[in-house]
Design a protein around this ligand. Structure first.
Ligand code: PAF
Length: 317
């Protein structure tokens, strides 16, 4: 059987694991870069076949653009990658690590850009810890169907190495920049992940419970007040954990993200509307757990976790 990507190419090989909204968006953006050879790795053969035939369709007010993409559910069809980007749901991280293990060589970087806390630690259990990178993206996308997305704005990627392998992180930054993606290196990845989880804690459960878009959340005075209190709570837990928040202003940051992604449905609202399991356990759930480990309580995070779990428990296996 022929390999999905060619062994004789000088192009850098990037494999994105997980064809959800963000995985498809990134695969489409990277596929446009001539210097990269991009493939999507799925676990469902039927979906991989469809994506391979159809490509990724990006809808925008200007029309629909189709970007051809190589996709397979069989990792043996792929060569060793230079960069593997994990974009599955947080609850699938362990399965994703095992699925992509055969394409991770001694020079491969494995970057998680997933939502939530705990993802890089799970990857470190299955793959060489010093090759794992973590990061956040402020881009947004809505999944409209298999491989069909609506782009909600291209933001910035910030990434770093949890094991202080800054040279590896720096070369991943260079690779993503070479594809035209605004990417920055951080030497304090835990602070960056907590900033993102604070925003997800304040926006995602409340938008999912009230079925509002991100902008509508901030327009509602009572919901804005509650989102601000959730942000303050996560900030306090982060302080106890030892996160260096620097000049980060929790309320202002949440407001800015709500405004910048005003028309976006949060990923948790999308999950609830599609009847999918949510990532709440890795968002407010992980903050409540961190609080407990440090002798604190995080009642708002606990309450939001329970409400979302109660709303969606019929979907949890
Ligand atoms: O999960 C999401 O939807 C996004 O991370 C964010 C930043 C809340 C924007 O919708």
């Amino acid at each position: 059987m022929s390999k999905v990507n060619s062994p004789h190419t000088a192009k850098a090989r990037v494999v994105i694991v997980g064809p959800g909204a963000m995985g498809c968006l990134l695969a489409a953006l990277l596929s446009r870069a001539a210097a990269l050879e991009v493939a999507l790795l799925d676990y469902r053969p039927d979906r991989a076949k469809l994506l391979n035939e159809q490509g990724i369709i990006i809808e925008s007010p200007a029309g629909a653009d189709t970007v051809p993409v190589r996709c397979t559910a069989e990792p043996k069809q792929l060569e060793t990658a230079d960069l593997v980007i994990i974009f599955t749901k947080a609850y699938d991280t362990a399965a994703a690590a095992q699925h992509c293990a055969s394409i991770v060589g001694s020079n491969t970087s494995v970057l998680t850009l997933q939502n939530g806390l705990g993802n890089y630690q799970v990857l470190q259990e299955y793959l060489p810890a010093e090759q794992i990178l973590a990061g956040t993206t402020s881009s947004g996308a809505t999944l409209l169907g298999v491989g069909r997305i609506r782009q909600a704005g291209i933001g910035r990627i910030i990434l770093g190495s949890p094991t202080s392998n800054h040279a590896l992180a720096d070369s991943a930054v260079g690779l993503l920049r070479s594809a035209g993606l605004q990417t920055e290196l951080t030497v304090d990845i835990n602070a960056v992940l907590w900033r993102k989880v604070l925003i997800n804690c304040a926006i995602n459960p409340l938008t999912a419970l009230t079925r509002r878009r991100n902008g509508e959340l901030w327009e509602s005075a009572p919901l804005r007040g509650l989102a601000a209190q959730v942000a303050d709570e996560v900030y306090r837990v982060g302080q106890a954990v030892g996160i260096n928040w620097g000049k980060f202003d929790p309320r202002r940051e949440v407001e800015e993200v709500c405004r910048a992604t005003a028309t976006n449905q949060s990923s948790m609202l999308q999950d609830v509307l599609a009847g999918r399991r949510t990532e709440v356990e890795y968002i407010t759930g992980s903050v409540a757990q961190a609080a407990e480990q440090h002798g604190l309580s995080a009642p708002l995070c606990q309450c939001l976790t329970a409400l979302i779990e109660g709303l969606t428990e019929q979907h949890i296996q």
